[in-house]
Structures are given as C-alpha cells and as structure tokens.
Design a protein around this ligand. Structure first.
Ligand SMILES: Nc1ncnc2c1ncn2[C@@H]1O[C@H](COP(=O)(O)OP(=O)(O)OP(=O)(O)O)[C@@H](O)[C@H]1O
Ligand SMILES: [Mg+2]
Length: 483
C-alpha cells in the first residue's frame, strides 16, 4: 500500500500533521455548523419578537382608531418606540390616513412589519361599523407599521461568530500542543533506541536502551537489550575461542620444538652428569666442593624441567590402584613441610580419620596435587598460612587449598591452566596444566574460588566411583571457574 507521507517524514511530523488536519477540520466544521444554526435561531427569535410586539400594538390600537383618540394612540406608539431596535411606529385608519407617526433615530439597515387592526366580533358591531366606515369590510379598521433596525442582531451575530472563531482557534491550538507532547513522548524512546543502536555500531558495546514509558516501548527495549547481550556473549565466546585456537596453535608449535630440544638435551645432560661423577671420583674432589655442587644442582634442575616438558607433552597413562586419597594428601603435605621447614610458612590441615578410597595413580595424582599446593605456598612468597581442608560427602572427595596470596584476576583464570602460562620469573607454566591433565584423567575437576578473606582457593574434586565421576564431570563442565 502506498504511504500517504514520503519516507523522509518521521513519525512525530506525521502524527502532528495528521492531528492538525483532523483537529482543524473538526473544529472548523463544528464552528461553521454552530454559527449557522445559532444565527438562524437568533434571527428568527428576533423577528418573532418584533412581530409579536407589532401584533400586540395592533390589538391595543382598536379602540383608539375607532374613536380617533390621538392621545391614546400616541401613548401606545411612544411605548412601542421604547423597545430596543424599533425606529418608527405608524398607525393608520382603514383609508390609509396616518393617525400617529412616531420615529427615533437609530442606525440601520432597517426592516418593516405591518399588522392589520380588526374590530373585535360582537353581535351588532357589523351595522355600527358599516355606519362608521361606510365600507363593506366589517372587520378591518386600520393598520400599524413598525420599522426596526436589524443592526443590533447583525452585531450580535458578528460578535458570536468572532467568539466562535476564537474558541475554535484556542481549541485547535490546545489540541496541537497536546498532540505534540503525546507524539513526542511516543517518538522520544524510539529516537533514544536508534541513538543506542548508533552508539553500538560505533563500537560502544556497553550501552543499553532505556526501558521507555509505555509497555510496547519497554518490550522493544528489552528485546533490543537481550539482542545486544546475546551478541556481546557470542562475541566474547568467539574472541575467547579465537584466542584459544591461536594460543593452542602457537603452543603446539612451541611444544613440538620444546620436545625436540628436551629430547636432544636429555642425553648430553646425562653424559655431563656421569662425566662429572667420574671426574669427582678420579680427581678425588671432596663432596662439598661448591662449584661442582652448583653444577650438579643445576643439572638436576635442568633435568627436572626437561622431565616436566616430556611428561606433559607425552602424558603417561595412569595406572589405577585403590588409593586412600587422605593418606596420599598427607604424604604430599609432609613432603612440603620438610621442604619449607626453614620458611615462615605454615601448612594448616587436619587429615580425616576415615580413609577415602578411590581408584587412582598414586604417583601421578601426588604430583598433580603437589603442583597446586606448591603454587599456594609460592603465592604469598612462602610466608603466612596455607590452609588445606577436606570436604567429603559419600562418594565425593574435595580438597580445598586456600592461600593468602594476591588471588587470580578474572582474565587470568582462563589462562592459568594453559601450558606455558606463567607470571613467575623461573616458572615453566606447566604446573597447573599438568595438574589439570592428571585430575581430568582421574575423572575429577579443579575449580577456583575467591574467599572473602582474600587470596585464592583451589578446589580439587574426585570421586570414589567411576560411574558417578563421569556424570558429575559432565555436569561440572564449564563451571569449574566461579566468578
Ligand atoms: N595460588 C595461586 N595464587 C596466585 N596465582 C596463581 C596461583 N596458582 C597459580 N597461579 C598463577 O598461575 C600461573 C601458572 O601456574 P603454573 O603452576 O602452571 O606455573 P608456574 O607456577 O608459574 O610455574 P611452575 O609450576 O613451573 O613453577 C602462575 O604463574 C601464577 O601466575
Ligand atoms: Mg606452579
């Protein structure tokens, strides 16, 4: 259907012009009809009034004409002349002779009305009349003629018309103003919505549309905001996925390269180590020789690093046996207590008395859990308290490791499990990646929480039953990182 308005004209202008047209047409039609009807009515009533008064005068003149009583007739004419708009009164007898004529000066234009004076009907007045007038018409004895000005009524009509025009104009103007504000209040939220869309298109993705002042606009704004939210969420996921893919591709390359180097370095390192031992024996160098001890320590460190690379890139298949996870943790913790005995660090824990048995690879799981506890110990510069708690429910076992470190920012939470991500000068960035790999191989998960007191809490969840472990892991997927 072809639109009445060109496309360039907005809703506001359309509503306003339609309203102006409608209101003006209605007011003008109503005004015209009103003025015409009232004009006819008033004029008719005015003429009727004069007609009635003339008729009344004619009735009263009967006696004065019959006995030719000038004083009486004059009095009647003078009384009539006192009435508004009447400018002349003339009383004639049946021959047309003017008996009385009274005039006064008022502005015209003028109109005239005439009424005959008849004799009242009695039994013998026919004969008496014939004698008096000598005419055959027994009733007609004279006439009265009243001249009156129609200026007054014309003025009244003009005054009325003017009032009507003013009232119509005032009503039209008032309606325009009301329509203007209604239309503006309807259009303003749409303009605001368009402005929001413009801002979003310019790259400001945080803006959202205001909910508006009508349910329809609120619905529209809601739908618009939902659309923006889902777009933002989609974009976030896309950016994350893209980052992940890019990082994984880079990591795969770095990984391949590192594996090659690690593999190639491992053998010469073993040769250097055994050569050093041989040298020590042949030259009878004492055990406490400092440069040699340093060299040996560095070789061990290098070897551990390479082992780490190799373990991570070629993960060993877990050899499951029935393991008491509480004892496993206790052993790991004792190892740490010995390692950090000289530091100002306290490991706070209480091992549950009841064993919790699960199928696990003791060695792999110990190393995985160790990596997380090691991070917690390093988080606060090997000072303060690291709290290790247990949360055990039927087949579910949870280890909660809480430190007093700086915590982990939201952005970093998604990165820390990726291999080679580290913020430490001497870190490899493989600790958490390894731990994650091991825990997942055991059907469990690692979550991160932010305790109210600050720091960071890692939560390792494992299960005693393989079936349950699979179901729960499926449920926990994607939500292992709480916000
Ligand atoms: N408890 C923690 N508190 C704060 N940050 C942590 C914590 N645990 C891990 N991180 C962060 O995660 C990063 C990765 O940890 P991950 O164990 O994988 O490697 P790393 O500790 O840096 O190196 P390595 O384990 O070889 O010593 C760390 O560098 C650190 O920034
Ligand atoms: Mg670490």
């Amino acid at each position: 259907m072809k639109s009445l308005f060109p496309n360039t004209i907005g809703i506001h202008a359309r509503v306003l012009s339609a309203a102006i047209l409608l209101v003006s047409a209605t007011t003008m039609t109503m005004g015209y009809l009103g003025v015409t009807i009232i004009n006819q009515f008033v004029t008719q009533r005015f003429n009727q009034r004069i007609d009635f008064m003339t008729q009344y005068l004619a009735l009263n003149c009967e006696l004065g004409i019959l006995i030719d009583e000038q004083t009486l007739l004059k009095g009647l004419a003078a009384n009539m002349l006192k009435e508004n708009d009447i400018t002349g009164v003339e009383i004639q007898d049946h021959t047309g002779k003017i008996l009385v004529k009274e005039v006064r000066d008022i502005p015209g234009p003028f109109a005239r009305v005439e009424k005959h004076v008849y004799l009242s009907q009695t039994e013998d007045n026919g004969e008496w009349m014939r004698r008096m007038t000598g005419s055959g018409d027994t009733n007609f004895i004279g006439k009265v003629r009243v001249t009156y000005s129609v200026q007054g009524i014309a003025d009244l009509v003009v005054q009325m018309k003017t009032r009507f025009v003013y009232i119509a104009l005032a009503l039209t103007f008032l309606s325009w103003i009301i329509f203007y504000f209604i239309s503006r209040s309807l259009v303003a939220p749409i303009i605001a919505l368009a402005e929001t869309a413009r801002k979003v298109s310019l790259g400001n993705r945080s803006v959202r549309a205001a909910s508006g002042n009508t349910p329809e606009i609120a619905k529209l704004a809601d739908a618009f905001n939902n659309m923006l939210d889902s777009l933002a969420a989609g974009r976030k996921t896309l950016v994350r996925a893209y980052e992940k893919i890019t990082r994984q591709e880079a990591l795969a390359e770095v990984g391949k390269f590192s594996m090659m180097i690690a593999h190639e370095v491992k053998n010469p390192l073993a040769i250097i180590k055994s050569s050093l031992e041989m040298l020590k024996k042949d030259l009878q160098i004492p055990k406490e020789n400092i440069p040699l001890t340093y060299a040996e320590e560095e070789i061990v460190r290098l070897n551990t690093l390479i082992e780490g690379f190799l373990i991570f890139s070629r993960p060993a298949k877990p050899k499951f046996t029935l393991v008491d996870l509480n004892r496993l943790t206790e052993q790991v913790l004792i190892g740490f207590e010995i390692q950090y005995a000289s530091e100002e660090l306290k490991l706070q824990y209480e091992i549950p008395q009841t064993p919790f048995e699960a199928e696990a690879d003791f060695d792999l799981l110990s190393r995985g859990i160790s990596n997380i506890i090691k991070n917690a110990c390093e988080a606060n510069d090997k000072k303060g308290i690291v709290d290790i708690g247990f949360n055990i429910q039927q087949n579910k076992w949870q280890l909660l490791i809480t430190d007093q470190g700086p915590g982990i920012s939201r952005e970093e939470r998604h990165k820390i499990f990726e291999p080679f991500f580290t913020t430490k000068a001497t870190g490899t960035g493989l600790g958490l990646a390894f731990a994650d790999q091991v825990v997942k191989a055991h059907g469990g998960s690692i979550g991160i929480q932010t305790p109210e007191a600050g720091g960071c809490r890692f939560c390792i969840t494992l299960f005693s039953n393989t079936q349950e472990r699979k179901i729960e892991v499926l449920e926990e997927n994607d939500k292992n990182i709480d916000s």
